[in-house]
Design a protein around this ligand. Structure first.
Ligand SMILES: C[S@@+](CC[C@H](N)C(=O)[O-])C[C@H]1O[C@@H](n2cnc3c(N)ncnc32)[C@H](O)[C@@H]1O
Ligand code: SF4
Length: 386
């Protein structure tokens, strides 16, 4: 059964595109600036793009807001306050709205947490990445493990809800090392952890170093063992995976990210932000200019920074539904796929994948990827969508 909240969910994503330095593994839309950033000007541009989007799509009730980056914890709390007030000026906001801010765990940023709380943020997601200093150095991070744990403690004092991210499958990481690190992480994380396997992204310094053999990532067997121990330790401590890389106690899932994975509607605000908007029965896939200053000028000239504003046809919608929905432990309702695409999933392919143990189908007909299927999720989705 789909709850009322699921049906009516509407998220707003706001992208802050600046960082103090660029981490060598990261291909997110993040930029380093050595001159001061005119936050007031950016705040006005965010407000303008929110207003334009609200005019275009009309009334909605906002159920989640996510301030992501980049490093949103470099913003002054006042800038965050302006963004949240603007959202509330143009849309109704659910009394139980989830407002997450992504923060880097340095001591300077932690001093702003109380200000974010006062501005209306009620959840933080901290990029801890690793709990030992040698790994943090290898990842090019600017904080120590102690500093990160101190930031987690400050977050615990300021917010009812917080989460933190770790990157695993790092160079020289053994299963035992990861098991111990994970246990420490769980003792510090109240309700939610995002655990990402290190991905070597093209165009990053890590890509070149990896190609040159200067960085080694685990082979397939070790990567699988690291994945399996992640599931085992998290399950044992009540933090089961509700999405391929996200673990939470029941009820503590990130509502905003569920909007993406359940194929619901969200507005993307800021440089390089993506959105999915429903207008007159049609779904639009939007994305904005990525370069911060170019985005600013577009918004000041046109009221928005959109570069992509595509109508999705039924096939595209159905594929996206499959791609996103199968990441979730709750899986998908195949009838929704049929409704979107106009044709059912191929029963022969479903039968083969079930036989292989990659998917399961329950009595209500919900289709889920199994623990054995998650490490080969891309292949499972490609097979079902073919
Ligand atoms: C938008 S990013 C950054 C948030 C914040 N700026 C930070 O670094 O703490 C969100 C998360 O993606 C993960 N991430 C980024 N690049 C990755 C990569 N190449 N492989 C695995 N995880 C990655 C990190 O865990 C990071 O915290
Ligand atoms: S990982 Fe975070 S801090 Fe590092 S460059 Fe990416 S967005 Fe910025």
């Amino acid at each position: 059964m789909v709850s009322a909240r699921e049906k009516e969910a509407f998220g707003v994503y706001v992208h802050w595109p600046f960082c103090l330095s660029k981490c060598p593994y990261c291909d997110f839309n993040s930029h380093v600036r050595h001159a001061a950033i005119d936050e007031d000007r950016f705040a006005r541009a965010f407000a303008r793009e929110i207003e334009t989007t609200a005019r275009r799509i009309g009334a909605r009730e906002v159920t989640s807001i996510f301030l992501g980056g980049g490093t949103p914890s470099l913003m002054q709390p006042q800038t965050v306050g302006t963004i949240l007030e603007t959202i509330a000026k143009h849309w109704r906001v659910d009394s139980d709205v989830e407002v997450t801010l992504e923060a880097n765990p340095t001591s300077v940023e932690a001093t702003r947490f109380a200000g974010y709380r006062a501005a209306g943020v009620n959840r933080v997601s901290l990029g801890v990445q690793a709990l030992d200093d040698a790994s943090l150095k290898a990842l090019g991070r600017l904080h120590s493990a102690r500093e990160a744990l101190d930031a987690v403690a400050i977050a615990r004092g300021c917010f009812e809800r917080y989460s933190f991210d770790l990157i695993y499958a790092r160079q020289d990481q053994t299963v035992q090392m990861w098991r111990d690190e994970l246990k420490l992480a769980i003792s510090e994380a109240a309700e939610h952890l995002s655990l990402y396997q290190l991905t070597i992204e093209e165009g990053t310094p890590f890509f070149g170093l990896h190609a040159a053999g200067k960085i080694k990532t685990p082979d397939e067997a070790l990567a699988r063992a690291l994945y399996d121990v992640t599931q085992e330790v998290c399950d044992r401590h009540g933090l089961g995976a509700y999405e391929i890389s996200n673990h939470a106690r029941p009820g503590a899932e990130c509502r905003h990210n569920l909007v993406y994975w359940r194929g619901q509607e969200y507005a993307g605000i800021g440089p390089g932000a993506h959105g999915r908007l429903d207008i007159g029965g049609t779904r639009y896939a939007t994305s904005t200019e990525k370069r911060p200053e170019a985005w600013l000028m577009r918004v000041e000239a046109n009221g928005h920074g959109l570069l992509v504003d595509d109508r999705l046809n039924s096939e595209e919608r159905a594929d996206e539904f499959l791609l996103m929905g199968l990441r979730l432990a709750e899986g998908i309702d195949p009838r929704r796929y049929t409704a979107l695409s106009g044709r059912p999933l191929d029963p022969r392919r479903i039968a083969v994948l079930r036989e292989e143990g990659a998917i399961s189908v329950d009595e209500a007909g919900r289709l889920r990827v199994t623990q054995a299927g998650f490490p080969v999720l891309d292949a499972v989705v490609a097979d079902l969508a073919a």
